[in-house]
Design a protein around this ligand. Structure first.
Ligand SMILES: [Zn+2]
Length: 84
């Protein structure tokens, strides 16, 4: 499967929305494990901890995300790893 970074431009989404659309969404600053660029990722903590893959908006490579949440549903952190 090839990266599909173009979707960010095609959808008109900005990587750094300044208006919060939902209390469930948090933005966390993470570092891409491939290219080392820092960017903000939006996470949805409403369903608790989650593992998923998101393409880096800079280098388009798939980053493995591990969302950690606390007992009260708050975001504790977002770990990133290479999808190997
Ligand atoms: Zn990257």
């Amino acid at each position: 499967m090839s990266p599909t970074c173009y979707k960010y431009e095609a959808s008109g989404l900005t990587p750094l929305p300044h208006k919060a659309t939902s209390d469930m969404l948090d933005s966390l600053r993470i570092t891409c494990p491939f290219c080392g660029e820092r960017f903000e990722a939006l996470v949805d903590a409403s369903s608790g901890e989650a593992d998923y893959v998101e393409d880096c908006p800079v280098c388009c490579r798939p980053i493995e995300m591990h969302l950690r949440t606390g007992a009260d549903g708050e975001v504790e952190g977002l770990d990133t790893d290479r999808d190997e």
